[in-house]
Design a protein around this ligand. Structure first.
Ligand code: CDM
Ligand code: ATP
Length: 303
C-alpha cells in the first residue's frame, strides 16, 4: 500500500516580542523562528475507506490525542475540505519533539500531514496554499513548512526569511510536563496589567539580525529575547534554576523556548553543546537534555 513520509523540525524562538491582546484573543508578534534538528516524522498511508486515523509512536505518545483533536488529523481534514476530496488516510506520527514543550511539536505534525497528504492524494496544491491552510490550524504551522530562520508577524503566521549564515549549536533541556500556550499568554497579559512586566516594542531586533547575518554565536546569545519568559517562569518558577544551570555551564545564551517549559541554551560548538547538555543533566534541573543544530529545512519529504 502506498505511503508518504515527511520529516518536520522543531522550532526555537530567537526573539518573541508580544504586543497587546487583540480583539480576537491573539497577540500581534514579532516572532523570529529558527528551525532546529529535532524532528517528528509523519507518514500518511493509503486507507481503504474515507476515514482519517492517527497512531502516535515514541516516548511521549501517551500525551498526544489520537482522535479528531490531533493537529495532524485536523490539518489533513482541512486539506481534504479545501481540495474537495473526501480524504482517507492512516497517519503515523513518530514523535521526538517534546509535547506542550514550546517547540511547536503539534504544529510540526500538522505541517507534516499537509505535505504528506498533498502528495499521497496527488492534490498538487502549491506551497502557498499549504501555508494558508496551515495558518488556519495554528499560528506556528506555517513556519514548520517554511523552516530556516524567519520572522513571523501578525499572530506569527506571516513569514519573511531572515538572512543567516553558519550553523548554531543548541541544547534543549526538556521538562517534566508541559505548559499550556493560552495559559502562558494569559499570564503575560496579567503580569503586564499588574505592572510586573512591560510590553515590548514590536520590531525586529537589530543586534539579533546582525548576529544572524554574521553567524556570530556570541552576539546571538546576548540578543536572545522572549517576552513570554517572565510568564513561563511565573507559572513554573523552577525553570529559573534550569536557566541558571545552563548559564553556569558556559552557555552563550539561555532562554525559555516559546511558551516553555523547554529551556534552550546556545553553545559555541557541537562539542560545547554536549558539555552543556551533560552539565544541566547532572545538575538535575530537567528531565533530560538533547543537542541540536540550526537552521534546518522545514517539512521535507523523506527519501
Ligand atoms: C508561543 C508560540 O509557540 C511562539 O511561536 C506561538 O505564538 C503559539 O503558536 P500556536 O501554538 O500555533 O498557537 P495557536 O494554536 O495559534 O493559538 C493557541 C492560543 O495561543 C494564544 N496565542 C497564540 C498566538 C498568538 N500570536 N497570540 C496568542 O495569544 C491564544 O490564546 C490562542 O488561542
Ligand atoms: N500531533 C500532536 N502532537 C502534540 N500535541 C498535540 C498534537 N495534536 C494535538 N496536540 C495537543 O496540543 C497540545 C500542545 O501541543 P504542542 O506539542 O504543539 O505544544 P507546544 O510545543 O507548546 O506548541 P507551541 O510551541 O506551538 O506553542 C498538547 O497538549 C496536545 O494535547
Amino acid at each position: 500500500m502506498a505511503s508518504v513520509t515527511v520529516r518536520v523540525p522543531a522550532k526555537v524562538n530567537l526573539q518573541l516580542a508580544v504586543g497587546p491582546v487583540r480583539d480576537d484573543g491573539y497577540h500581534d508578534l514579532v516572532n523570529v523562528f529558527h528551525a532546529v534538528s529535532l524532528f517528528d516524522e509523519v507518514t500518511a498511508c493509503e486507507a481503504a475507506g474515507p476515514e482519517l486515523t492517527v497512531r502516535v509512536e515514541g516516548e511521549s505518545a501517551g500525551d498526544v490525542p489520537t482522535g479528531p483533536d490531533n493537529l495532524a488529523v485536523r490539518a489533513a481534514q482541512a486539506l481534504a475540505e479545501r481540495s474537495g476530496r473526501s480524504g482517507g488516510a492512516e497517519l503515523v506520527i513518530r514523535k521526538a519533539i517534546p509535547v506542550a514543550g514550546g517547540m511547536a511539536g503539534g504544529s510540526a505534525d500538522a505541517a507534516g500531514a499537509l505535505v504528506a497528504c498533498n502528495e499521497l492524494w496527488r492534490l498538487g496544491l502549491s506551497f502557498a496554499e499549504l501555508m494558508e491552510i496551515g495558518a488556519g490550524i495554528g499560528s506556528d504551522v506555517p513556519f514548520a513548512l517554511f523552516g530556516g530562520t524567519a520572522v513571523g508577524t501578525g499572530r506569527g503566521e506571516r513569514l519573511t526569511a531572515v538572512p543567516a549564515s553558519g550553523t548554531f549549536h543548541w541544547v534543549f533541556a526538556l521538562a517534566d510536563g508541559g505548559l499550556s500556550t493560552p495559559a502562558v499568554y494569559a499570564e503575560c497579559d496579567r503580569l503586564r496589567a499588574t505592572g510586573e512586566a512591560a510590553p515590548a516594542e514590536l520590531a525586529l531586533s537589530a543586534p539579533l539580525a546582525a548576529a544572524l547575518r554574521d553567524g556570530d554565536a556570541k552576539a546571538l546569545g546576548l540578543a536572545l529575547v522572549n517576552d513570554l519568559q517572565p510568564a513561563a517562569l511565573s507559572l513554573r518558577p523552577s525553570l529559573s534554576r534550569t536557566l541558571d544551570a545552563g548559564r553556569g555551564a558556559g552557555a552563550l545564551g539561555a532562554i525559555v523556548s516559546g511558551s516553555g517549559p523547554t529551556c534552550a541554551f546556545l553553545a559555541e560548538s557541537a562539542a560545547h553543546a554536549a558539555e552543556v547538555a551533560a552539565a544541566v543533566e547532572t545538575a538535575g534541573v530537567c528531565r533530560s537534555a538533547v543537542t541540536a543544530s540550526g537552521p534546518v529545512r522545514g517539512a521535507t519529504l523523506a527519501e
